[in-house]
Design a protein around this ligand. Structure first.
Ligand code: FUB
Ligand code: ZN
Length: 628
């Protein structure tokens, strides 16, 4: 049964994290990642491309989706600016925005590659050319810039670009039935509609969702217009771009994983805003199929590098996993919207899993080294890099971290929702006024969360505290008194009363170590076990083990997960809780095939959170350990 529930995210400017886990990451993002990405945009010629100065023979030939890299940085910088004023950064943004304003064609068309390098092929290949994707990212950046500064410069540029898109593509007689090969603009147009109050942008998002995959197939029409044979499509199938059939007929998550996530996120926005329960049911079905058969335990998605995406059910290897950082970020965006639409904790559970594991692994602790692929095992061949020629991931994680506090809370008319936990403060607008809270917690290292009401509106209000799906035992006290009969609704503990300043809630989320076993159909993981605690997936890294060959290390699971003891090390990897437990060192001597099962000498193993692997020496890594 579907229930459309309008749950508004609380903006990141209303939430301040002061914890030891996220606050340092956000600060590193601001002080190291933002300047680093900015410098790469300059050094690689991306910013110079805005001035249309590239000529044959020069280095750094522009690329058709370079604007998206700049846009994600502009969005990240704007989100950061909103929380942390910085006049030099603001002036830098103004300068780049002015270059975009100068670049824009009088028609509103905006793409630095096609304006500078290939003007005759504008809008000629929506399937591959990413123009709508780039406009989408620039729209998101403009909305964030407007919210941060109140300036309309960028917003007006992007309204002109969006108006041009609205005029070109649609159901009208004079319009083309096109839609993006790389989805993104759908969710961006929904944001633009909210920022400007202009319904037509929302209708355009709805058009893009509905037109996708319809017959006659637009990508065949445009291929013929280009003089190409539509059957010669390099990706071979429109599943790659989720355009094999209309979205409402899709039941399986297919193709390029980032594109899929952005499409589903935009479609969720459209379904929620229109009360379209049919579309939401399709999205719920896709969600279920994803989490039941195509999700890595880290919240990463997309098995293969060939299509940067999905392959078959249960095809979830460890070392060969592609799991692009952007895909896990896309899952966070989709989960955020499914959560806001349905109010169901399962979506927050997945958001948390992706965020603390498959997303966060994408950036090193220093904020300047990144992973594009996030495998779940490595023989030591994987290392973080400062940049990529296809550089989608670094600025994407920068914008996610810059706006991260905006994922923590939600509000509906009579409720404040706590989705994620961290020490900090928030002021949450509700119908009756504003609820101000402070939170005391060492999450994710410890499951104790204290919430103090700093100011309350004086009307009855429900505080909804998420009980994570991984948490089996929990306790809650309100003003010191245990609550015996608390209501648990869709994964949220509902505490309803007239709150007063000084009220205190103590939530204790049991956070024991747990073993996780793979589905028997995941062939690559037969006989393996993963170790988790709270929201964190742990891994073995060679550098921490007495003997470093992880092939020969088996976790001894016979005494249960409680034998793996947490130990907080303040000095290691920025301060992490390690797990130490029993293991066996398997004998390598002997023949290739043996008459007795493997056995080994007693040893121990140390596990670190997966998110912080590859921050020391290049070394082996395993999420899925052998088990005895
Ligand atoms: O195609 C644009 C971006 O580059 C995608 O989102 C990533 O997967 C990478 O292909
Ligand atoms: Zn990426």
């Amino acid at each position: 049964m579907i229930r459309m529930q309008a749950l508004r995210p609380v903006p990141h400017t209303r939430v301040t994290l002061t914890d030891a886990f996220w606050a340092p990451r956000i600060e590193v993002n601001r002080t190291a990642t933002l300047p680093h990405v900015r410098q790469q945009l300059e050094a690689t010629g991306r910013l110079a491309a805005l001035d249309l100065a590239w000529r044959i023979g020069m280095p750094n030939k522009p690329h058709h989706f370079w604007d998206s890299d700049i846009a994600k940085w502009l969005e990240a910088a704007s989100l950061s600016l909103a929380a942390h004023p910085d006049p030099a950064l603001e002036a830098d943004l103004d300068m780049i925005i002015e270059r975009y304003a100068n670049l824009q064609h009088p028609s509103g068309y905006l793409n630095s590659y096609f304006l500078g390098i290939d003007p005759s092929r504008r809008w000629a290949n929506l399937r591959d050319a990413h123009e709508l994707y780039c406009v989408g990212h620039l729209i998101e950046a403009a909305v964030a810039h407007h919210a941060a500064t109140g300036k309309r410069t960028f917003l007006e540029v992007m309204c002109r670009a969006a108006d041009h898109v609205c005029a070109e593509f649609g159901w009208g007689r004079d319009q083309r039935r096109g839609y993006p090969g790389h989805e993104e603009i759908e969710l961006a147009l929904v944001k633009l509609a909210a920022a400007t109050g202009e319904r037509r942008y929302f209708e355009q998002a709805r058009y893009f969702i509905d037109a996708r995959g319809q017959q006659p197939h637009y990508y065949e029409i445009e291929a013929r217009l280009r003089g190409d044979d539509p059957r010669a499509y390099w990706a071979k199938t429109y599943e790659y771009v989720q355009a094999h059939v209309p979205l409402r007929e899709q039941t399986t998550v297919v193709g390029h994983a980032v594109r899929a996530m952005y499409l589903y996120a935009g479609a969720t926005d459209v379904a929620a805003a229109t009360g379209d329960t049919g579309l939401l049911a399709v999205l719920e079905g896709l969600w279920k199929q994803l989490v039941d058969t195509r999700l890595f335990v880290t919240g990463g998605i997309g098995t293969s590098g060939d299509n940067e995406g999905f392959t078959r059910d249960y095809d979830l290897p460890d070392e060969d996993a592609y799991a692009e950082t952007c895909a896990a970020i896309g899952l966070v965006f989709w989960a955020q919207r499914m959560l806001a639409t349905t109010g169901q904790g399962q979506y927050a559970d997945m958001l948390e899993r992706a965020l603390y594991n498959g997303v966060l692994s994408g950036v090193g602790l220093d904020g300047t080294r990144f992973f594009y692929e996030n495998p779940l095992a490595s023989g030591g061949q994987h290392a973080r890099e400062a940049w990529y020629s296809c550089a989608c991931c670094p600025p994407n994680i920068a914008r996610l971290l810059a706006g991260l506090p905006g994922l923590f809370l939600g509000s509906s008319d009579d409720s404040v929702w706590m989705h994620l936990y961290a020490q900090g403060r928030a002021s949450v607008p509700v119908a009756a006024g504003v609820l101000s809270l402070s939170t005391q917690s060492c999450y994710p290292w410890d499951g104790a969360v204290g919430v103090t009401v700093e100011a309350a509106p004086g009307a009855p209000l429900a505080l909804r505290l998420r009980i994570p799906g991984w948490c089996v035992r929990w306790r809650v006290r309100v003003n010191g008194a245990p609550l015996e009969s608390a209501v648990l609704e869709n994964g949220y503990l509902v505490l309803r009363r007239v709150w007063r300043a000084g009220d205190r809630i103590d939530l204790q989320l049991g956070m024991p170590v747990r073993f996780t076993y793979p589905h028997p159909r995941i062939r690559a993981l037969a006989g393996r076990v993963a170790v988790e605690r709270g929201p964190l997936v742990y891994c073995l890294e060679g550098v921490d083990q007495r003997e470093r060959d992880l092939e020969l290390l088996a976790l001894d699971t016979s005494a249960g997960p409680a034998a793996f003891k947490p130990h907080h090390d303040h000095h290691l990897l920025g301060g992490v809780t390690l797990l130490r437990g029993p293991a066996r060192r398997l004998g390598a001597a002997g023949g290739l095939y043996r008459s007795r099962p493997l056995s080994g000498d007693v040893t121990d193993a140390t596990l670190i959170p997966y998110a912080v692997w590859a921050n020391r020496a290049r070394t082996e890594m395993r999420v899925w350990g052998r088990s005895t």
